[in-house]
Design a protein around this ligand. Structure first.
Ligand code: AMP
Length: 106
């Protein structure tokens, strides 16, 4: 079964899409924990950071470059936090990796 984020990527369910490129989509978090709370999501469905493979190196790097770009585009590049939650004991809810970008500086 595909993840909720794959359903968003495939436009099967709606989301507030902020940015999209070939391998990555950026959406607004539905339950924001800061004034700006985005999720940077690879289109490839990787369940957790523990499941990364060597071939995912470029994709993971690309996620951080997208984070840098959207932070600048939204004028929050003077202060923000990036985080991955990994597994349920550290509150991972959606098992399709995603990088949280949070900022309160706006
Ligand atoms: P995590 O706990 O790291 O797995 O984070 C999952 C995040 O996805 C949470 O912050 C949720 O609020 C967010 N989320 C879940 N469903 C959706 C959705 N349909 N659209 C946008 N964000 C979502």
């Amino acid at each position: 079964m595909s993840s909720i984020f794959t359903k968003i990527i495939n436009r099967e369910i709606p989301a507030d899409i902020v940015y999209e490129q070939e391998n990555i989509i950026v959406i607004k978090d539905i339950a924001p924990q800061a004034k700006i709370h985005l999720l940077i999501i690879p289109k490839k469905e990787i369940p957790t950071i523990n499941d990364l493979e060597e071939t995912d190196r470029d994709l993971i790097a690309e996620m951080f470059f997208v984070a840098k770009k959207v932070a600048k585009d939204l004028w929050v590049d003077e202060g923000y936090k990036l985080k991955f939650n990994v597994w349920e004991k550290w509150w991972q809810e959606v098992f399709h990796i995603h990088l949280h970008l949070l900022s309160d500086i706006k």
